[in-house]
Design a binder for this molecule. Sequence first.
Ligand code: FNR
Length: 182
Amino acid sequence: ASYKIAVIVGSLRRDSFNRKLATAIAKLAPPEFSFTQLEIGDLPLYNQDDDANQAPAVKRLKAEIAGSQGLLFVTAEYNRSIPGVLKNAIDHASRPYGQSAFAGKPAGVLGVSVGAIGTALSQQHLRNVLAYLDVPTLGQPEAFLQANDKLFTEAGDIGEGSKAFLQGWMNAYLAWVKKHAA
Ligand code: FNR
C-alpha cells in the first residue's frame, strides 16, 4: 500500500522553522509514505457567503485533503494559539456544512517555536478544533520543540539531539495512519 500525507504548515514565513521541520521530518518515513506540503498562503479570507462558490484555491485544498490518507499539522504558536492563516485554511476546508474534507482523516500535530513551551498551547488549541472536525489525532508521543542552532543540520535534516525522539514520533504517527486506513 502507499499513503499520501497532506502536510499543513501553520506559518507563511519564508524561513519558517515549522516548514523546515515539516520538510526534515518527512525524510524519517519509509518510501511508501509521500508527504506533500499544501499551499495555504493564497487562500482568500474565509467568508461564509462564498460557500456555494468556493475559490479555486479552496477547491484545490479540499481535493488535496480528500485525496490523502493522513494529515500532518506542523504549526507555529502565535499569541498562545494557532496562527490565523492556519485557522483560515481549516475553516475553508471544513465547509460548506456537511462537506468537510477532514472527517475521519488521521492526523499528527507537531510544532516548533522560539519560546520554551514549544507550541504546546498552539497544539492544544489545534487539537480542540480537530476534535470537533472528527479528525482522530495521535495523542502520544507529544512533540514540543524549541528552535535552536542544533535542531537542524546544515543540510536541513533533524539534528542529532532530536533525531531519535522524532523518529519515535514518526513511527507512532505512521502506525496511526495505517491503523485508520485499514
Ligand atoms: C510569536 N511567537 C510566539 N512563540 C511562542 O512560543 N508562543 C507565542 O505565543 C508566540 N506568539 C507570537 C505571536 C506572533 C504574532 C509572532 C509573529 C510570533 C514567536 C514564534 O515562535 C516565532 O516567530 C517562530 O519563528 C514562528 O514559527 P515559524 O514562522 O518560524 O515557523
